[in-house]
Design a binder for this molecule. Structure first.
Ligand code: FEO
Length: 405
């Protein structure tokens, strides 16, 4: 066993025994520029308990970190807070190696684990309010259904106020630091927002309800320990307040202009639209898809008020990179946006109509019908593009004024 992997103590009886994935750059379509961690936690109590495991390929790292504290065969209980394989990939091997007397999951977790591993392993079901006795410590449970899977669950170590929240409050950062207070706050806020936008955004109404209900569970939280990224031991309200704000999606005067181009015509239109927005008081983010990832587009939209999309027409369709982004954005259901579409075309020019259709399905409030230019935009076409930007900016400013009252 590689002894360079050590556990990190996070409270009197809890150790971080997870793994650091410095190299991962794609998390099913989400660009994880900073890598990630798969956090697992070991509770040293009369009944030694492991909370979550890691992605299968990182099992040896977890086992080495556990071994730096205790012989893994001494683990009595394993709790699975969430069935997704970044936390359960190594679970079957862990069960085999540790031979725990009991394994726990939520009701939906029990079912999901069965459908992942097709095993005869007994999984005991725990529900909100249930407790398990570790002898000298007590764990209790709060189901967090659809945050972000039906099986998702929080585990709470009552004696030390440690709340293990699985994906919720997590972020994709690989770092040698284990605690949020050791990492730059702007990095935490950006990566936290990116995680929220890409994984949780479409579940925002559930987040709002869950956060409203959270005080009723009487959790005296001293540590929030998610399964990705740093652990919060100070200013716990910070990350909770961020979630509350992101769930609200209050529109700002920011306009995100997403586009791609075949021969620079739609790009010229995008720049003119951007000028019209800027000159009329909007804060503009131009995102050419040659250099912008879909997961960065949705992150920018999290605090935006407008989405403008430009695409050339290719074979009667939306340009492939733009279609990809629209498919991704539609699934994540950003709210409270106004918008517009535009694009250059050669002869039939369907892309803009298709985009308008998708924007309507996304409930984006279109300021006007999509703007099309045949072949290469002339000066007067670019002036029309600036007018489009100006019209969207004017609507943004009036919406902001209504919100600000
Ligand atoms: Fe980190 Fe939904 O798994």
């Amino acid at each position: 066993m590689d002894s360079s992997f050590r556990a990190v103590k996070i409270s009197d009886s809890v150790y971080w025994v997870g793994a650091i994935d410095w190299g991962v750059r794609s998390f099913h379509g989400y660009l994880t520029s900073r890598g990630t961690t798969y956090n697992a936690f070991l509770v040293i109590a009369d009944k030694v308990t492991l909370i979550d495991t890691v992605k299968a390929s990182f099992g040896e790292e977890m086992m080495a970190r556990i071994s730096s504290v205790i012989d893994p065969s001494k683990i009595d209980f394993i709790i699975s807070n969430h069935s997704e394989m970044d936390h359960t990939g190594y679970l079957p091997q862990a069960i085999q190696a540790m031979n725990p007397s009991r394994v726990f999951a939520s009701p939906m977790g029990q079912k999901a684990l069965g459908m992942h591993f097709h095993w005869d392993q007994e999984i005991e079901v725990v529900k909100t309010g249930d407790k398990i006795d570790l002898g000298n410590k007590t764990l209790s449970f709060v189901e967090a259904r659809m945050l972000h899977w039906p099986d998702s669950m929080f585990t709470y170590l009552e004696d030390e106020g440690v709340l293990f929240t699985n994906d919720v409050f997590g972020m994709h950062i690989a770092s040698s630091e284990r605690f949020a207070d050791e990492i730059d706050l702007s990095v935490l806020k950006y990566e936290g927002a990116k995680y929220y936008a890409n994984i949780i955004l479409h579940l925002s109404p559930i987040v709002t309800k869950f956060l409203e209900k959270l005080p009723s569970f009487n959790l005296d939280m001293k540590i929030i320990a998610p399964d990705h990224g740093p652990i919060w031991r100070r200013d716990l309200n910070q990350v909770v307040e961020w979630y509350s704000g992101w769930a609200e999606q209050k529109p700002t005067n920011k306009a995100v202009v997403v586009f791609d181009s075949m021969w620079e015509s739609t790009a010229k239109m995008a720049r003119a639209v951007g000028d019209g927005l800027t000159e009329n008081g909007a804060s503009v983010k131009l995102m050419p898809l040659g250099g912008s990832h879909r997961s960065d587009v949705i992150t920018e939209l999290l605090d935006a008020g407008a989405l403008l999309v430009g695409s050339p027409t290719i074979n009667n369709q939306i340009y492939p990179t733009v279609a990809d982004v629209m498919n991704y954005l539609k699934g994540l259901k950003p709210q409270n946006l106004i918008g517009a579409t535009f694009g250059s075309y050669g002869w039939s020019g369907e892309a803009v109509k298709h985009l308008d259709q998708i924007m309507q399905e996304m409930k984006v409030n279109l300021v006007q019908e999509g703007l099309r230019v045949k072949y290469v935009p002339a000066e007067e076409d670019l002036a029309t593009c600036r007018d489009l930007g100006a019209a969207v900016a004017a609507r943004l400013v009036s919406t902001r004024n209504q919100i600000d009252g």
